[in-house]
Design a binder for this molecule. Structure first.
Ligand SMILES: *[C@@H]1O[C@H](CO)[C@@H](O)[C@H](O)[C@H]1NC(C)=O
Ligand SMILES: *[C@@H]1O[C@H](CO)[C@@H](O)[C@H](O)[C@H]1NC(C)=O
Ligand SMILES: *[C@@H]1O[C@H](CO)[C@@H](O)[C@H](O)[C@H]1NC(C)=O
Length: 813
């Protein structure tokens, strides 16, 4: 039991603390009515403990539920709460004991609401007023002492102390004043006959009734009482109810009878004729109701509005022909009808909203009002579901519009948010308001290339400046955040900066060549192209563009063996015993192009004896077509053309000198062989060279043979002499490895003599790729040399065919 009450007490204390905290933020001021416009009520900034600057930065403003009440305003510069126009308490609150104007101070970021109550104090600015300037009474002389005659009260529009406090009667011989108070606070003022009247002595009496209020200074009002002394006696009218109460719904049509008052007078004739009039009626009520002075019907003559005034009180006098009267009170209450739709006010809106604002950010403040009361004024507020926003009830009739999802300008850049407010009346009334909200851009999308990678194909020897390809990237962001600029990322191709090969148009993404490409130097390369937007900071992405260069037949075949005319002179020995089909020599040519462009074919275009030698179309091997006859000329000369298969094809020619002889000593003047030779000097050099080579060759064979006979009895001759190829004849791709102009060995030239046979064969091994080598041949492969020279990518078979050659005369001992 103790624990329970302790807990209860704690809760109670907490609620008090909470209450104090909330109310501490509310402000109340009290001012007198009728203050000059511009008067300062108080300093809101100071009273709320806010810096004055915050008043304007937080968009402070004064709101009132009733727009007619804009009596006050906030001075944003000073934080002062000032009077804007004259406040008349009587007009504003009439008889209400406390007249309070209610305002709300709204501050944004964060939303804060402070209530401001402004109590309007009464100033004694009204005098007591009697309904009539003169009260006419007709009193019979037979009236006895103590007879009472009702008088109407005076009314003072002020309240409290300032309202009527005292009545006094001008001194006279016959009447004294009696003032009593009713249960409802109204006063009964009666003249009491103190000394009998005598019509014969004094037929008319005049004296004043004075009402004084309690204000300081005091104010007073007067009415004249005129008494006519009569012979006869009569009765005052009597109302059948002391208070008439009626209830009317607002918006009742004109001429609706609100209530009918009735008073009866016991007298007959003119004495019994009762007329009605309002004895006291506020102006407001006077505009709404009329009183039929004969029938006592009170009718509606104005538009009743519960929201502006809900209760009318008036006093009605019933008077007979002699001025004898009584009064009654009429109270008409107006009932509420759901006749006001809710009003939606957007108090603040963050517009535009940036797209990356965090979830739950407050972007707007909405206030709804319904002037109806009770359930008719209870409002539910909502927005449609499909937008990423919701309304969160905040203070009182305020709602915060907060985001519930990530905004993405690239998906939705504009929202039309329809706020619906519905009251609880029956039937309910609704209203709508559409708020337009635009989403502003953040640079949150990098440019994106339309393709994963780009490939461009170009034939070699292209014109510099031609367009290779066009890259394109899209950035959905707005304006400069979505403006794409292309550029080349730095890089190198064969040690040279890419920027000397290509350029990219920053605006269009067109990739241009800056130089002419050579397929024989590089067949493809890659560059990286960046697309960057113009945001700050910029976002970028990059893409790889591969450039493939295709071959053009721009290299004619290069004949490596025999060496071209003029630079050296070589001749082949053909044994006289050679049979038809014997291999005599081989033309070796290369073509720096590739594919079809390097596919070579060999043709004999001219021969001393056209029927004697033939050349293999593809291998270039020269063979005898038939057995050599004694009658055949010793000196044979062939002109061989080598063509590639390009379009158009390129060709080269060479001369091949053949000497049919078993013995170099038989060789006649070699001069005769080169029948084309015109330069005799050169010819003699050639002869000397040939003779010395042959001599050397023979000497060598003899030595070798000698050695072989000594050792094995089965000699084998190998010729190991490098064919000298002048450097100028090397195709561009060929490295001069030894620095002597000698190519690395690839072609082995074997000569072997078989015992018992006079046939010596020159055998050319065309390539290591074709497996034509006899199994017992021990030839040194040079594939490792290939890769060292040409790089692994280029180690293709067709390249290999002409890479290495060297005449070797090797002896296997
Ligand atoms: C929003 O409303 C405006 C004008 O009423 C209209 O032009 C616009 O297309 C609407 N936008 C959307 C997203 O519905
Ligand atoms: C671009 O994005 C930045 C933020 O990333 C933003 O501040 C700016 O306003 C945007 N520009 C435009 C034109 O929307
Ligand atoms: C290019 O893009 C890749 C990923 O797409 C990124 O890792 C790299 O850093 C980028 N390079 C440059 C130079 O921006």
């Amino acid at each position: 039991m103790m624990a329970f009450s302790g807990q209860f007490l704690l809760k109670f204390v907490f609620s008090i603390i909470f209450y104090i905290r909330v109310s501490a933020a509310d402000l109340s001021y009290s001012i007198q009515e009728e203050m000059r416009p511009g008067s300062i009520v108080g300093n809101i900034a100071k009273d709320l403990g806010l810096e004055v600057i915050k008043i304007s930065t937080r968009k402070a403003r004064i709101d009132t539920e009733d727009s007619n009440q804009d009596y006050c305003d906030l001075d944003l510069k000073t934080g002062n709460f000032i009077i804007k126009k004259r406040i008349d308490r009587e007009e504003l609150c009439s008889e209400k004991a406390s007249c309070v104007l209610k305002y709300e101070l709204v501050l944004e970021s964060p939303l804060e609401l402070h209530r401001i109550s402004l109590l309007i104090q009464d100033v004694n600015d009204n005098i007591p007023v009697f309904p009539k300037d003169t009260v006419k009474l007709e009193i019979s002389e037979s009236a006895v002492k103590g007879a009472r005659y009702r008088l109407n009260e005076a009314h003072d529009a002020d309240i409290g102390q300032n309202t009527v406090k005292q009545y006094s009667l001008q001194r006279n011989e016959h009447f004294v004043l009696s003032v009593t108070e009713d249960a409802d606070g109204s006063k009964n003022i009666e003249l009491v006959l103190d000394k009998e009247l005598d019509r014969e002595k004094n037929s008319d009496l005049n004296f004043a009734l004075i009402a004084v209020d309690g204000g300081n200074p005091q104010r007073s009002g007067t009415t004249n009482i005129h008494v006519t002394v009569l012979d006869a006696n009569d009765n005052a009218p009597v109302f059948d109810q002391a208070v008439y109460k009626a209830s009317l719904s607002e918006n009742s049509p004109l001429n609706t009878v609100a209530v009918t008052v009735r008073a009866t007078d016991a007298d007959e004739g003119v004495n019994g004729e009762v007329t009605y009039e309002f004895s006291r009626i506020p102006d407001r009520a006077k505009r709404m109701f009329s009183l039929n002075n004969k029938t006592g019907e009170i009718k509606v003559i104005g538009g009743l509005d519960y929201e502006s005034y809900s209760k009318y009180e008036m006093r009605i006098d019933a008077e007979d022909g002699y001025g004898l009267s009584s009064d009654s009170k009429v109270i008409i209450e107006i009932t509420d009808v759901n006749d006001n739709s809710p009003l939606i006010h957007v108090k603040s809106l963050m517009n535009p909203v940036t797209e990356n604002i965090p979830l739950g950010t407050e972007v707007g403040i909405v206030n709804v009002q319904d002037r109806d009361s009770g359930v008719n004024g209870e409002v539910r507020c909502s927005i449609e579901k499909k937008v990423p926003f919701k309304l969160v009830p905040s203070i009182k009739n305020y709602y915060s519009l907060v985001t519930t999802g990530q905004l993405d300008r690239e998906l939705v850049s504009n929202y039309n948010i329809t706020i619906t407010a519905t009251d609880e009346g029956s039937p309910p009334l609704s209203s709508f308001k559409t708020v337009q909200l635009s989403v502003s851009d953040m640079n949150d999308n990098p440019p994106e290339f339309e393709e994963q990678s780009y490939s461009a194909y170009v034939s070699e020897n292209n014109k510099p400046g031609s367009t290779l390809c066009v890259v394109s990237a899209l950035d959905p962001d707005w304006r400069q955040n979505g403006t794409v600029i292309y550029s080349l990322l730095p890089g190198e191709i064969n040690g040279v900066s890419v920027s000397s090969y290509l350029s990219v148009n920053g605006d269009t993404g067109a990739v241009h060549t800056l130089r002419s490409f050579d397929y024989e130097q590089y067949r493809s390369f890659k560059v990286h192209i960046m697309a960057r937007d113009n945001g700050s900071p910029p976002l970028s992405s990059n893409v790889t563009a591969s450039v493939f260069i295709s071959d053009v037949n721009d290299n004619s075949p290069q004949i490596l063996y025999p060496a071209p005319e003029g630079s050296s002179f070589m001749t082949e020995l053909v044994p006289k015993a050679a049979h038809g089909g014997s291999l005599v020599s081989k033309v070796i040519a290369v073509d720096a192009d590739s594919g079809q462009n390097a596919w070579l074919s060999y043709h004999i275009v001219k021969a001393t004896d056209p029927g004697l030698f033939s050349i293999d179309l593809h291998s270039g091997e020269i063979r005898t077509q038939r057995d050599i006859l004694e009658s055949d000329s010793m000196k044979q000369n062939l002109i061989v053309a080598v063509k590639d298969n390009g379009q158009p094809s390129l060709s080269a020619t060479c001369s091949m000198y053949l000497l049919i002889s078993d013995n170099l000593a038989e060789v006649p003047e070699l001069k005769d062989i080169s029948y084309d030779e015109k330069n005799s000097k050169l010819t003699s050099y050639l002869i000397i060279a040939l003779v010395s080579v042959s001599t050397f060759f023979l000497t060598f064979i003899i030595i070798i043979l000698g050695v072989r006979f000594c050792r094995r009895r089965k000699p084998r001759l190998l010729f190991d002499g490098a064919v000298a190829i002048p450097g100028a004849y090397l195709p561009p791709n060929y490295a001069d490895v030894d620095g002597t102009g000698t190519l690395r060995s690839a072609y082995n030239y074997d000569t072997y003599l078989t015992t018992g046979s006079r046939t010596s064969d020159f055998k050319f091994v065309s390539s290591y790729n074709d497996n034509t080598l006899p199994a017992d041949q021990t030839l040194k492969k040079c594939s490792t040399d290939f890769s060292a020279i040409f790089g692994d990518a280029d180690a293709s078979p067709e390249v290999g065919t002409f890479q290495c050659f060297k005449l070797l005369l090797k002896q296997k001992c």
